[in-house]
Ligand binder design. Structure first.
Ligand SMILES: *Cc1c(COP(=O)(O)O)cnc(C)c1O
Length: 380
């Protein structure tokens, strides 16, 4: 097989917002010169929340300052705090554990499933105690967690179900959008996420109007809208920016097409990589149900060598979580002595993320796939 010369395939799009540059400048001018002089939580934020609410058929969508603070707001709105336990996956991003610890509650780490890398419902169930208040599965890379099982588990044990859907905006499992399986879910708009924007932001999405109202109050220092300096609860400053709201509203129309392009690239990769499973490179479980291609990861027996091979040929890759959450110093106090999470450890050792963003050309995508195939077959 002949490989084309290094094409330079970046992991993230180098000019993500270039096509919308005029719109962005217009929005800055419009908000900046608006006689209202309102830069947070104004009518543009309300319009953006309404757009998402109608699109998702959610009861409420509350825009806030990041995906991380969206999780914090949900946990606070559910009154989770000291003495409570919340079951979270042992593999994933720091906010999963940090948001729980931040309330004073204890994150309890459950091992993951080997193929989807999402929390294993059986492992989670084994960790339920009299103190467990909530279970918080997270969708991982491109695969939604087994939400039907978590709904059933939460129902049986009388637990609250919070969905860390920060990476899965646009994903749908059995007809239900990511974020609406639990009592509340979140999306993150940080630039690298599928509906990213040039700055920090996120939302809480919920089927529960009362919970939505509580989150709305907590995001602005425990105040009700239109009633300043009256604090009903200890809240946060987690407000949303009017410029970003207008820009996100503008870009939302193109979101399905961007997601579809990611799914198309992922489907091509998976088709090419499925025959490599016996050769030490395993693609994620195929879609489309319950998939959302934020990140496309393979599990590679020789992860470092595969990454180096791709880098030599100009292809950038990424290792997201080189160690399980309980193996971090920050979360060690929540790791019971001697406990192990073998599948999380395996995923941390093996996963390698390939470029899957919507701005890749077909030639770039083929180049990446050719290189991975050549690596796997060359080693057998
Ligand atoms: C990105 C992410 C978050 C946090 O979102 P921010 O907007 O970056 O704060 C939370 N959970 C998961 C699974 C994420 O990937």
């Amino acid at each position: 097989m002949t490989l084309s010369p290094p094409a330079g395939v970046p992991f993230f799009p180098p000019a993500l917002f270039e096509a919308d540059r005029t719109a962005l400048v217009d929005v800055v001018r419009e908000v900046g010169l608006d006689p209202e002089q309102r830069f947070i939580l104004g009518r543009r934020t309300e319009a953006f929340e309404a757009l998402l609410r109608e699109d998702l058929k959610a009861r409420d969508v509350v825009a806030c300052s990041s995906g991380t603070s969206a999780l914090a707001l949900v946990l606070r709105a559910l009154d989770i705090g000291p003495g409570d336990e919340v079951i979270v996956p042992a593999f994933g991003c720091a906010p999963l554990a940090a948001s729980v610890a931040g309330t004073g509650a204890t994150p309890v780490f459950a091992d993951i499933l080997p193929d989807s890398m999402t929390m294993d419902p059986d492992q989670a169930e084994r960790l339920v105690t009299g103190r467990t208040r909530a279970v918080m599965p997270a969708h991982m890379f491109s695969v939604m967690a087994d939400m039907p099982r978590f709904v059933e588990l939460a129902g049986r044990h009388g637990l609250r179900l919070v969905e860390d859907s920060a990476v899965a905006q646009g994903g749908v499992l059995r007809g239900v959008p990511a974020g609406l399986w639990g009592e509340a879910g979140v999306y993150s708009f940080v630039q690298v996420k599928t509906c990213g924007m040039p700055g920090e932001g996120g939302v809480v999405v919920t089927r529960d109007a009362e919970l939505g109202a509580r989150v709305r109050m907590l995001r602005n220092h425990g105040q009700l809208a239109g009633q300043r300096f009256v604090h009903h609860a200890i809240g946060l400053n987690s407000r949303f920016d009017e410029i970003q709201a207008a820009f996100q509203t503008h870009r939302y129309a193109g979101f399905p097409a961007r997601l579809a392009r990611r799914a198309e690239i992922a489907a091509y990769y998976t088709e090419r990589f499925t025959p490599l499973a016996g050769l030490g490179v395993v693609p994620p479980p195929p879609g489309p149900d319950g998939r959302c291609y934020y990140v496309y990861t393979v599990l590679a027996q020789e992860r470092e060598a595969l990454g180096a091979h791709l880098a030599e040929h100009g292809v950038a890759t990424h290792v997201y979580y080189p160690r399980p959450l309980p193996a971090h110093r920050a979360f060690a106090p929540y790791a019971p002595p001697g406990a192990r999470w073998p599948r999380a450890e395996e995923a941390a050792r093996r996963h390698l993320a390939l470029p899957v963003h919507h701005m890749l050309s077909d030639a770039q995508v083929e180049h990446v796939a050719d290189l991975v195939c050549a690596f796997a077959t060359g080693r057998s």
